[in-house]
Design a protein around this ligand. Structure first.
Ligand code: N01
Length: 554
């Protein structure tokens, strides 16, 4: 059982070589790894989960920064496979905070008795496929060796933090914090001068909270965000009971929802786009009334903003005007106005973000006016001067989708390295599940899946069921391997890219984790499936119905 702090009580280590062969190895004990363990174990497999951290939670364990909160409603951002879990767990908020999600995952681990098959403090560094006996060998940092015919890489899509690569960081005499590995015990920011670097979803959540704690907050912003007010709130008394009574209907609606979430989420906040007529034909008075009555939202809700680049430019300018209605200092308001089109990055929702810049203890450092040059022993030097700080808090993002696996030396058939494949070809996979040349290695929400364009949990659960059924099919039929065919992979990824051709998602001014442009040297490619979660599941079902078309089973 958990000790209540989410630490590793209950896990065991194998004692001898004989103990280290399993039917399946799962890498990672976040949402995906826990369900993979539960499901494969229920199917009678001997499963071992290897987890680098000292507890369950994955991304929701590491990203325990101030203000961390999910942007999808709790009752949809939770496991749907167990009516018991749904009924026994009580969410207190519509959009749950990190502590509540971490507690939920500990509850699930205990309730399903998962810890006995999870080995914590175990970082996987190498995985290689032996063609002679169709077995994966998984090696850990501590030199342990595990073998299994199947590996499920439940390694997360946003779990490999980016090194900000700023010169001088090692000379800094103050405290360096990272949002993606924030201290479990927290950090007292009172009376300190703090710099937050990064204004993506993470930074936008951190900034209002840190502003309330720090003596002074410097926000070092390279790209301004588009962010709309969050609908976060506690559930009203009785509200959750009513939802729980209708859980079947809620899950049914979720199953047919384009983004895998039918209720409140960052997606729903933005999906009401098109509520107004075309921006290009609106009068100046109509435009101003829209932002006066609706705030920043009023700049974006026009029907042509995403489809017509000229309307997009008008919307960006109007958005700047809307920000200026909130942020009193005109220079700061101008600094907070994005210089890239709306719609090409992950939607962000916030609690009091723009209002925070009216505080006397908050300074925006717009890096577009002079970039970061170096970190010094006492602060950060930018092209605009030196900022003395005691704490630097990085919220600089992730090597998304592929980073967790390229940081492991994954070798498939003929010793081919997965990192090399993705470096040369870009992030490719078939159905976000398998990569050609890597038999029996299953990805969760890999490239070509709805991942970033959806509620991660919806397709994650679907894929784990798909994988478990596939493994049962292989074992039942006396087969040893399933392997993606290269032509099926190319065709799938071409199709995924065709879905976004000509859209704002490919705009050259948009560098983000969506297209890999946030990682130096990574091939720029958008490989998230945008035709919707239901359609994706239908396509995957059809692959199974047609005898695993696109895969070679041997
Ligand atoms: O990361 P990001 P994130 N110097 O890559 C800046 C999910 N999530 O952790 O845009 C200065 O979006 C970078 O600048 P630029 C969600 O899917 C969900 O915030 O590259 N700045 C950017 O501003 C989200 O999309 C939730 O110019 C540097 C920021 O750092 C995803 O995680 C909450 C820099 C990185 O933004 C990732 O979000 C949090 C440098 N050297 C996250 N390097 C919720 O559920 C990078 N930046 C609500």
């Amino acid at each position: 059982m958990s000790d209540g702090n989410g630490t590793r009580a209950g896990s065991t280590r194998p004692t001898g070589a004989a103990d280290r062969h399993y039917d399946a190895i799962v890498v990672g004990a976040g949402f995906a790894g826990l369900y993979a363990l539960h499901r494969l174990r229920a199917d009678g497999l001997r499963v071992r989960v290897l987890e680098a951290a000292d507890s369950v939670g994955g991304t929701w364990l590491f990203n325990r920064y101030p203000g961390a909160r999910c942007d999808i409603e709790s009752i949809e951002y939770s496991y749907s496979f167990s009516p018991e879990l749904q009924q026994e767990w009580n969410w207190s908020e519509v959009l749950p905070g990190q502590p509540e999600i971490e507690a939920y995952l500990n509850f699930v681990a205990d309730r399903l008795d998962l810890r006995r098959d999870i080995q914590f403090d175990t970082r996987v560094v190498e995985m290689s496929f032996d063609e002679a006996d169709s077995t994966w060998t998984v090696r850990t940092e501590a030199g342990e060796r595990f073998t299994a015919p199947f590996v499920v890489a439940a390694t997360g899509i946003l779990s490999a933090p980016l090194d900000p690569g700023i010169p001088g960081l090692d000379t800094f005499g103050g405290t360096v914090l990272f949002s993606s590995r924030y201290p479990r015990e927290g950090f007292d920011l009172a009376g300190r001068r703090v710099a937050v670097i990064g204004t993506g979803s993470t930074g936008v959540q951190i900034i209002p909270v840190v502003a309330e704690q720090a003596e002074h907050l410097y926000v070092l912003q390279r790209s301004a965000a588009y962010t709309l007010p969050s609908p976060a709130r506690p559930y009203e008394p009785g509200e959750l009971d009513e939802l729980k009574a209708n859980y079947d209907d809620i899950r049914a609606a979720q199953l047919v929802a384009h983004v895998g979430a039918a209720r409140t989420s960052a997606f729903s906040v933005f999906m009401n786009m098109g509520g107004f007529p075309p921006l290009k034909t609106a009068t100046r008075e109509e435009q101003l009334r829209a932002i006066e009555e609706n705030g920043v939202r009023g700049a974006l809700y026009w029907s042509d903003v995403l489809s017509d680049p000229e309307a997009g430019e008008l919307a960006t300018a109007l958005y700047g005007e809307a920000v200026a209605l909130i942020v009193r200092d005109p220079r700061t308001a101008a600094g907070l106005t994005p210089a890239y089109p709306f719609g090409c990055k992950r939607p962000i929702i916030d609690v009091g973000y723009y209002e925070t810049f009216n505080r006397d203890n908050v300074t925006l450092v717009d890096l577009r006016q002079g970039a970061i040059e170096e970190i010094t022993p006492t602060g950060i030097r930018t092209g605009q001067g030196h900022h003395e700080v005691d704490v630097i808090l990085f919220a600089t993002g992730f090597d998304a989708l592929t980073g967790a696996l390229t940081r492991i030396d994954v070798r498939g058939r003929d010793g081919v390295v997965l990192g090399d494949v993705w470096r040369d070809e870009g992030p490719v996979a078939y159905l976000g599940l398998g990569v050609a040349g890597f038999p029996n290695l299953f990805l969760i929400q890999g490239p070509g899946s709805p991942s970033a364009a959806s509620n991660y949990l919806a397709t994650m659960e679907y894929q784990i069921r798909w994988i478990a059924d596939c493994v049962a099919h292989l074992r039942g039929g006396g087969h040893q391997t399933i392997e993606t065919l290269p032509e099926a992979q190319s065709e799938w990824i071409d199709g995924v890219q065709a879905l976004v051709a000509g859209s704002v998602l490919l705009h050259p001014k948009c560098d983000s984790w969506y297209n890999g442009a946030n990682v130096p040297g990574k091939k720029r490619m958008y490989t998230t499936y945008v035709a919707g979660v239901p359609e994706f599941h239908k396509q995957c079902d059809q692959v199974v119905a047609s005898g695993y078309s696109g895969f070679k089973i041997s």
